[in-house]
Every structure is written in C-alpha cells, then in structure tokens.
Design a protein. Structure first.
Length: 202
C-alpha cells in the first residue's frame, strides 16, 4: 500500500517537532454485548475473526478492548483515535443501535469525513438505523464462513479498505495536523512548510 501523496514524517516534524504516527488504518467499533457473538460457522467470535483478518492483512487497527487504557476517558480516547484512523468500521447488530458510544462515535466519524464501512453481523431493522447508515453500502457477514480470509465477505472488506487507501491516509494526516493547530490556538509553528504543501498539491 503506497502513500506517495502524503506529507512525509519529516514535513510534519518540521512544522511542529516530533509527532506520533496516525493511530491506525482502521477504527473498529462494536457493542460490548457483541464481543462473544459468533459468525455462522466457527468458534471465533465475530469481533475476534474480523480483528484477526485485519491484522493478518497487515492493517493496523484501534479498538477499545485492545487499546483503551484503564485510566483513559473512553469518549476522549475514542474521539482522538477516530481522528487518527483512516477508516471507521462499525459492526452492526441490534446491540450496536442501542450503544451510546457506538452511535456517538459514528456521528463523530461522519463529522470528521471519515470513510464509514458498516459490517452487518446480525439482522437489524432498517427503520432503526441512524439516517447516515441507510445510504451507505453494508458488508453482510451474517452467513460468512471461517476463516474470513478465505471468504467472499472477508475479501470484500479488505478490498473496500484498500480502495483509495492513499487518499484516506493523506486525509488523516492532514486532519490530525489541522486539529493540532486548532488546539494550539493556530500557532504559526503548527503549519506545514510551503514545500510540503506544494508536494501535496501535485
């Protein structure tokens, strides 16, 4: 996966000193009650099977179970991780639609113009879906077989994440830099160097 159009780490360090890289290529959102929800076949839970698929494909991801520290504020941590992730993958079930963190996270991801990839784990009533999810194409994993890497559903998810990956990665880098600048009261040291902006526009 290539990110040739993205500002380099050196560009960003010049603008505001050393920084951490974007948190992840994928933010994985799901309801607590779905941690043990099984797919149609296999012993792995749906959450663990999807996590395994992404990691084996070489994609970095953030999710609450793996990355949220015990002393961190969940809402703040989720917001910052969403800002610094290229894609927002939300696992849909009836529990998801009643989970405040999932719904708040989805709305925040939409406000940040993140790519949203809904993955259907269980049958849900369309009338109960938030309006934005009614117009986004879902990936249906309700009847998928394991391992996901050998299934059509798993292949579709990876293809969707790889499509226009460079564009979404660049969006994340620039968004994180812009938000840092805003939070530091728009100090001039937070701006990208002119040369970096020129290379990005090319």
């Amino acid at each position: 996966m290539s990110f040739n159009n993205a500002p380099s780490r050196a560009d960003l360090e010049l603008s505001h000193g050393p920084i951490d890289p974007p948190t992840a290529q994928v933010f994985l959102a799901y309801a607590d009650e779905d941690r043990d929800l099984s797919l149609a076949a296999g012993n792995l839970s749906a959450v663990e099977a999807i996590r395994q698929l992404l990691v084996e494909a070489g994609l970095s991801l953030w999710d609450r179970d793996s990355n949220l520290g015990p002393q961190e504020d969940p809402e703040m941590a989720i917001s910052r991780a969403t800002e610094a992730s290229d894609n927002y993958v939300i696992l849909l079930s009836s529990h998801t639609l009643q989970n405040a963190l999932c719904l708040q996270g989805l709305l925040f991801a939409l406000s940040m113009n993140k790519r949203i990839l809904p993955v259907l784990l269980d049958t849900v009533e369309v009338d109960h879906l938030p309006d934005p999810l009614r117009t986004i194409t879902w990936l249906d994993l309700r009847q998928v077989s394991l391992p996901l890497a050998s299934s059509q559903g798993g292949d579709q998810l990876l293809r969707a994440l790889n499509e226009d990956a460079a564009y979404h990665h660049t969006h994340t880098q620039l968004l994180v830099q812009a938000l840092r600048w805003e939070r530091q009261q728009r100090h001039p040291s937070g701006l990208l160097p002119r040369a970096a902006i020129h290379r990005y526009r090319r």
